[in-house]
Design a protein around this ligand. Structure first.
Ligand code: ADP
Ligand code: MG
Length: 459
């Protein structure tokens, strides 16, 4: 595989040997983009692009590497690592190869449908069909590490990011991969909302013993999706706190997803906030165009939908912030095409896009909202972007941030960036403040209503 750079034959042989011992998925994920050199007869240097990759390789493969070096050369080698985050390859989007990866679980999963249903796992969301790009590379690598070595290095593992960016998909993939390696593992995947409901019911019907048995004892890995849901719910947070401690102490893996970092989740108990940050935090960002296209193409391939590059580009460049919408558009376009007995042409895709993207289409930008708000309050855009905190400026600025978040669904950091490089926490604060005072402050509500009418008219 050309992605691994080696400077001599010995190392090439060692890598070949490793390749036979590792699944394609792991090989591509951990060894691609590494660079190996023989420093002298007894020393090998492996350059990797993060501490994370270094830790993973040295935890899991150092012995194999040394053994193979010895077997092939007859000499014991010292193996050193060097982290070079700025190697050219780091910035290449990495795509999973999409080959069928025979070592992966398809068959095994089918054998055990009951277990699958019981665990709450969805067999459709696996590592096989997760496309890796810069935006999700770290979360993906963390997920693989956790799935291969549950509760070893990263506990809890906390994935955060905006809506429709693949958090649930990765969470599921972790569960499936653990099951693949340990088919009898008891894995629980629930949403924060389900967990809350279970706590409420347990209290109501005096079943807390059963609840504790289920989550604290009969569970090898607990995967909770959208954990932010439990924030502000005292009994649920309390129950989760003890569940967390019990699992953590008995070395069971905990994986959580959320739309925000622990420190930004409102009304979350401090002790949970700190525990959520004990392990590894990994974010998923909005994917760049190439990754969006790759996801679309992968999806089309899976569903056997013929998709031209042109159409893929058209859809991916118009739907930017949510992969679920991206897929929705493809599915609609394909349905329409089969109704019309045609392929997905660019005209047909444009029609669907108009409907899917609706009012909040590509013409609605952060800049357009800034302009509307600036006009409305008779300010300049530069006032909105400035750091000045006078209420005459900060109030419209917060409204503008709120409208951007609500109508464009950009990420908090992206909005902060466009408001003169402000921190994402400033945007979160603005959003929460406006949302929280809308119903209490009629003049604010008038302003926001008026601006929202303008938004709808202007697009
Ligand atoms: P979230 O939980 O972050 O809101 P999901 O995991 O539900 O998002 O993802 C939304 C949809 O997008 C799902 O159908 C998922 O399979 C798909 N998706 C997201 N990211 C990827 C990816 N990198 N590769 C393939 N499909 C993806
Ligand atoms: Mg989700």
């Amino acid at each position: 595989m050309a992605e691994v750079i080696v400077n001599n034959q010995l190392l090439l042989k060692v890598l070949d040997a490793i390749k036979t011992k590792v699944s394609d998925l792991h090989y591509n994920n951990w060894f691609k983009n590494t660079s190996w050199s023989l420093e002298n007869e007894k020393r090998v240097l492996i350059c990797v692009d993060s501490k994370f990759v270094r830790d993973w390789i040295s935890e899991n493969y150092l012995d194999v590497i040394k053994f193979e070096l010895f077997k092939i050369s007859g000499v014991e080698h010292e193996v050193l690592f060097k982290i070079q985050p700025n190697t050219a390859t780091t910035h290449q989007p990495k795509f999973t190869t999409g080959n069928p990866a025979p070592s992966l679980p398809v068959k095994k999963k089918e054998e055990n449908p009951v277990l699958r249903v019981a665990t709450g796992l969805n067999p459709r969301y696996s590592f096989d069909n997760f496309v890796v790009g810069n935006s999700n590379q770290f979360a993906h690598a963390g997920s693989l590490a956790v799935a291969s070595n549950p509760a070893k290095n990263y506990n809890p593992f906390f994935i955060y990011g905006g809506v429709g960016l693949g958090k649930t998909h990765l969470l599921n993939a972790i569960g499936l991969e653990i099951l693949k390696n340990k088919p009898n593992a008891k894995i629980l995947l629930v949403t924060g909302e389900q967990f809350t409901n279970e706590v409420v019911n347990a209290i109501r019907y005096q079943k807390t013993f059963e609840l504790r048995q289920k989550y604290r004892v009969d569970c090898d890995a607990l995967l909770i999706d959208d954990i932010q849901f439990i924030a502000g719910k005292e009994r649920t947070m309390e129950e989760f706190f003890h569940t967390f401690n019990a699992l953590y102490e008995s070395r069971k893996q905990i994986v959580l997803t959320s739309d925000l970092l622990p420190k930004d989740i409102p009304n979350l108990e401090e002790r949970l906030r700190s525990r959520f940050s004990w392990g590894l935090l990994a974010d998923i960002q909005i994917p760049e165009l190439e990754t969006r296209m790759a996801i679309l193409e992968k999806k089309a391939e899976e569903d056997k939908i013929p998709l031209s590059k042109e159409v893929s580009h058209l859809i991916a460049s118009n739907i930017k912030t949510n992969i679920r919408d991206l897929e929705g558009c493809l599915v609609r376009a394909s349905a329409l095409a089969s109704l019309k007995n045609s392929t997905i042409t660019t005209e047909l895709a444009s029609d669907v896009l108009k409907k899917v993207v609706g009012n909040f289409g590509p013409t609605l930008t952060i800049e357009a909202i800034q302009q509307m708000v600036a006009n409305h309050f008779q300010l300049k855009i530069s006032d909105l972007k400035s750091a000045r905190r006078h209420k005459n400026l900060s109030h419209p600025r917060q409204i503008a941030m709120y409208l951007c978040k609500k109508h464009i669904k950009s990420s908090y950091p992206e909005i902060g960036q466009k408001f003169g490089g402000k921190d994402h926490t400033t945007v979160i604060h603005a959003f929460q403040k406006i949302e929280g005072t809308l119903s209490l402050d009629p003049s604010l509500k008038d302003n926001v209503d008026h601006l929202e009418k303008l938004i709808v008219q202007n697009i």
